[in-house]
Write a protein that binds this ligand. Structure first.
Ligand SMILES: Nc1ncnc2c1ncn2[C@@H]1O[C@H](COP(=O)(O)OP(=O)(O)OP(=O)(O)O)[C@@H](O)[C@H]1O
Length: 334
């Protein structure tokens, strides 16, 4: 189990990471998301030991890491571009952390290659003879060869295109799960974060803005900024009476006690077209293959977009009635 408490790192007068507390149980998958400059990479580099904290501490399985150099931390690091040794073959890269004299060295390299979905024919290739996705697979195999307690993944899929990205993400998740290795993944991509994480951390201005189970963060984010960071939003103010908010989209059950004025979140996918309900006008309709996206204007709930079946006959200028599924979320802080 990795434990961070009060972890702080400042560059001049610029906070990199500010009083961060975090626990990652063994075998867990933590994802850190946040806008550029929010401190994600700094946090990973502190954990890896590439940076020294100004305050706070890091323990792994109860052992303080303050004075432990990076290569003795039992932590592997996979960077954005893989950073393979260019002059070494695939086999030599993967075998880097396996002692030369180990009798099972070759078979371990073969097992790791297979585990990341690469054929044995790749063994003698150099990194420049591999695609971006293959290079990232080798980087992952090299990190797995260290048999770490914790794997740090800093935007490891960001150089790959969408389809490959998803395949790689699923592969990495499966491999780490099988090996029982805890991981901390940094990404810019909200959907990647929600898909990979069992614990999601949103960073902002060097601090943790919100953390918890991905579904909780998506449905019940702590504040408007976190809500917007994790997906599209419809936000309005309304009074709550008897657990029901009187909203521009009609009466809506909410997760908060009664108050005269609350700020409420609804996700656009909760909104559907209904026989009757709140009137909205279609400003724009665009075909997206699997669905059609309607950009709507609703007098008091503003502009937002919803996806409907692609075959719909609704077009720009039409009026529709809207209803909301599920509950609205009331922000506790703003
Ligand atoms: N070596 C450094 N020297 C000075 N300032 C730094 C250094 N590394 C990071 N910072 C600053 O610390 C803050 C956090 O940077 P960090 O790279 O951790 O953010 P990030 O969330 O990983 O951003 P990105 O998503 O763009 O990679 C930024 O304001 C950055 O300018």
């Amino acid at each position: 189990m990795l434990q961070l408490s009060g972890l702080t790192k400042t560059y001049g007068d610029q906070p990199g990471v500010d009083r961060v507390d975090l626990a990652a149980p063994s075998g867990s998958r933590t994802v850190i998301v946040g806008p550029s400059g929010s401190g994600k990479t700094t946090l990973l580099r502190l954990i890896a030991g590439f940076e020294t904290p100004d305050a706070g501490n890091i323990t792994l399985d109860g052992r303080p890491l303050d004075t432990v150099p990076p290569h003795q931390r039992n932590i592997a690091y996979v960077a954005q571009e893989g950073a393979l040794f260019p002059h070494m073959s695939v086999a030599e890269n993967i075998g880097f952390a396996i002692p030369r004299q180990a009798s099972n060295r070759e078979s371990r390299i073969d097992t790791l290659l297979a585990r990341v979905g690469l054929s044995a024919a790749m063994k003698s290739r150099r990194p420049h003879e591999l695609s971006g996705g293959q290079q990232q697979r080798v980087a992952l195999a090299r990190a797995l060869a260290q048999q770490p307690a914790l794997m740090l993944l800093d935007e490891p899929f960001s150089a790959l295109d969408t389809g490959l990205r998803e395949a790689m993400r699923d592969m990495v998740e499966a491999v780490l799960r099988e090996a029982g290795i805890a991981s901390i993944l940094v990404t810019h991509d909200q959907s990647e974060a929600l898909a990979f994480a069992d614990h999601l951390v949103v960073m902002r201005d060097a601090r943790i803005a919100d953390a918890g189970q991905p579904q909780r963060l998506y449905e019940q984010p702590i504040d408007i900024e976190t809500a917007k960071f994790l997906g599209e939003t419809i936000i309005f103010e309304a009074a709550i009476r008897g657990g029901v908010a009187d909203t521009p989209l009609g009466p809506l059950a909410v997760d908060h006690s009664d108050t005269a004025k609350a700020t409420i979140l609804v996700r656009p996918e909760q909104v559907r077209i209904a026989e009757n309900g709140t009137l909205a006008r279609i400003l724009h309709s665009s075909y997206r293959g699997a669905a059609r996206r309607l950009e709507l204007e609703c007098q008091s709930a503003g502009h937002f977009s919803i996806d409907v079946p692609a075959a719909t006959s609704l077009t720009q200028g039409d009026s529709v009635c809207l209803a909301v599924n599920g509950r609205g979320h009331v922000f506790r802080s703003r």
